[in-house]
Design a protein around this ligand. Structure first.
Ligand SMILES: *[C@@H]1O[C@H](CO)[C@@H](O)[C@H](O)[C@H]1NC(C)=O
Length: 306
């Protein structure tokens, strides 16, 4: 019931069916070959693989692994667009992230930057309170908007759909220029048969709460992470496989884009550099849509929009 009323509310507030949602990919910053930090040339290879499908990617940090220093020249050269993440959790890390924004954003035109996001599931993990995260979003916005040409770049956050739905985090939603919601049917232990129902319902609940909190339907919203692993261990009723990932793509990712919602998929490439103890039986190494650069996608990424 909740599912269908959420859809009805979205469609009635939108007034009509929106354009197809955009697509992008979350991107790891370590090489599989030696777990070293990706260089500009590594990002260029990534972009050449991804470029058949989109020119939008998201990274999780500004300073870790020299991310901004190394990725921005590739972004410019390949004409990609970037969501820049910032870790706000502890002061030393946050300072390093702000220093990287100050040093490297001025080296590239702001039209290449989709948004700067402060925190990646910081509320979900309980790393920061809503008010601490809000003040860090404000602090980063002041910094970013102080850079020449960056006055209008959105500064917001990424968190799990359920903590956005939780009324206790309204302050963060109010502070953020852009709110990005993650939802993983796999980590909710859903069967394949119910996975798209669950995903679409999660995202619609998050979007409804954001629209209500902001008092507007004219908001910047993306799904920040979703996807399905192709190997590794099962979680409750969720079973990793290429076939299931392909089905999740068609039903959930194509499905939500058909409703006009922009979506970042977790993640572009398998991260086989991660230890095999990551997740359940190494499941964290198998979320890639591609195994690696220079490979075909593991399954069809085409959506057939009516
Ligand atoms: C399917 O997903 C919905 C939405 O998340 C949930 O409420 C429901 O319990 C799920 N159904 C089953 C059979 O797991």
């Amino acid at each position: 019931m909740r599912f269908f009323s959420a859809i009805a509310a979205l469609l009635s507030t939108a007034g009509c069916v929106s354009a197809i949602g955009s697509i992008g990919f979350d991107l790891g910053v370590q090489r599989n070959s030696d777990s070293g930090c990706k260089e500009t040339s590594d990002y260029l290879s990534d972009f050449s693989t991804i470029g058949d499908y989109t020119n939008v990617v998201r990274v999780y940090a500004a300073s870790d692994c020299g991310t901004l220093a190394n990725i921005l020249p590739a972004i410019e050269q390949a004409n990609f667009k970037l969501f820049v993440g910032v870790w706000p959790n502890d002061d030393a890390h946050f300072d390093a992230e702000k220093a990287a924004l100050s040093a490297y954003l001025p080296t590239i035109d702001s039209s290449y930057i989709m948004a700067v996001t402060v925190g990646s599931e910081a509320l979900y993990r309980g790393d920061l309170s809503a008010s601490d995260l809000s003040s860090r979003i404000d602090e980063v916005r002041t910094l970013v908007h102080g850079i020449s040409g960056y006055e209008n770049v959105p500064v917001g956050t990424v968190d799990s759909w359920n903590v956005l739905v939780d009324g206790g985090n309204a302050e963060v939603i109010q502070t953020a220029d852009i709110v990005i919601a993650n939802a993983f049917s796999y980590w909710q232990g859903q069967t394949m048969a119910n996975s798209s129902h669950s995903f679409l319902d999660d995202i619609m609940q998050a979007l409804q709460v954001i629209q209500t909190t902001k008092g507007s339907t004219d908001i910047s919203f993306w799904v920040g992470e979703t996807g399905w692993p192709t190997d590794g261990g099962s979680f409750e009723s969720s079973v990793p496989s290429v076939e299931n990932a392909a089905q999740f793509w068609q039903e959930s990712i194509c499905g939500i884009r058909a409703w006009g919602i922009n979506t970042l998929v977790f993640e572009a490439f398998d991260e086989s550099w991660k230890p095999m103890t990551s997740g359940i039986q190494g499941v964290e190494t198998h979320w890639g849509v591609w195994t690696n650069d220079d490979t075909a996608p593991k399954y069809s990424l085409n959506c057939e929009f009516a």
